[in-house]
Design a protein around this ligand. Structure first.
Ligand code: ZN
Length: 352
């Protein structure tokens, strides 16, 4: 930053023990402060800057520079004195005065503070999310899941119309991937529902409750592994606790501080129970990519078609395009890049 370096200040000079004021100029030359007569250019006094005493800046009260010989230079030009002394960090320069020097830079400082706060938020939020996930008692995801399931059953779902044979077939394949998932296979509970407005979809609730809609099963037709691939993806969401993370990110830093501090207000409870449902249905792009990779891993581990989920996205895109607002495609966008990433990850695992 370029500051207004000035080396000359106008004021009045009083000789020691004299009340006579002489119009004068204060000048800085190297380390020396010199006082010249404004009219005759005569040097009244000079001294090393370290040896003079500068009065502190208080509002617009004139500033006094006391020289070792007892003479005094006085000026109302506070800014001039500050500019003159700025690079000399003279002792006795008060904090208030120092702050006042910076007043013109207040906007800059404010901008810096905002940037700092933003950076802190960007760094602190993910850390707080991890902390909150770590200290979340099992009761919370269970509560989120049961209330979401109840809400969906009330508003969108109806009982599945799939035959028992079909359900069993899907369950058998599902058991193969659940066996390789984190935790016990019983932690993952597969549910069948007719999706209604939800359409062809599958999702996982944070406690390990999985739902697949009749519509999705119907889209997959005879391709059972396609369904299993989607369910493996949903297991990935559970394992990575994506819903909980999503919810905590939405709660923000303030909400998380309250939560971790153990002060769960009623507002927070509302978010946990009411907001959980909507959030459980959609994830960030990163979370989706993570769950896709998990699907490939679980399917491989179970000896099934590792890229079945890629075929599912391709099929969905062909059948529904991107018009259906509630389908698996809208909550799990199956972009060409995403399908490519799935195939590439499988190749990567093959070559290991
Ligand atoms: Zn997903």
């Amino acid at each position: 930053m370029v500051s207004d370096i000035r080396n000359m200040v106008s004021g009045e000079w009083h000789a020691a023990r004299s009340n006579i004021s002489n119009p004068a100029q204060l000048k800085l030359s190297g380390h020396m402060l010199l006082v010249y007569g404004a009219n005759d250019n005569r040097v009244y006094v000079q001294a090393d800057i370290e040896l003079v005493e500068v009065s502190q800046r208080v509002g617009s009260i004139p500033r006094e520079i006391a020289f070792p010989d007892g003479s005094l230079f006085e000026t109302p030009d506070n800014d001039g004195i500050d500019a003159l002394l700025r690079h000399h960090r003279k002792k006795g320069v008060g904090v208030v005065h120092w702050l006042e020097q910076f007043r013109p830079r207040l906007i800059g400082i404010t901008a810096a503070a905002v940037l700092l706060a933003y950076a802190t938020y960007r760094l602190a939020l993910p850390a707080m999310v991890e902390l909150a996930v770590a200290v979340t008692p099992p009761m919370v995801p269970e509560l989120m899941s049961s209330s979401t399931m109840a809400a969906l059953d009330r508003t969108a779902f109806s009982p599945s119309e799939l035959t028992n044979e079909k359900q069993d077939e899907i369950r058998q394949d599902f058991a193969k991937i659940a066996a390789h998932a984190e935790g016990a296979p019983e932690d993952y509970k597969l549910n069948f529902r007719k999706g209604g407005v939800i359409g062809p979809n599958a999702f996982a609730l944070p406690d390990g409750t999985l739902v697949v809609t009749d519509e999705l099963v119907s889209v997959a037709g005879d391709d059972l592994q396609m369904i299993t691939g989607v369910l493996a993806h949903e297991i990935g969401h559970v394992e990575y606790e994506h819903s909980l993370r999503q919810l905590y990110r939405a709660a923000g830093l303030a909400g998380l501080v309250m939560l971790v501090a153990g002060d769960v207000g009623s507002a927070m409870e509302d978010i946990l129970t009411q907001g959980g449902g909507l959030l459980a249905l959609s994830h960030s792009r990163d979370a989706e990519a993570e769950a896709d990779r998990r699907s490939v891993e679980l399917m491989r581990a179970a000896g099934l078609d590792a890229t079945a989920i890629e075929r599912f996205f391709a099929l969905m895109e062909k059948e529904f395009g991107d018009h259906d607002k509630t389908s698996m495609l809208s909550t799990h966008p199956g972009t060409p890049e995403r399908r490519e990433a799935i195939i590439n990850y499988d190749k990567e695992l093959q070559n290991r």
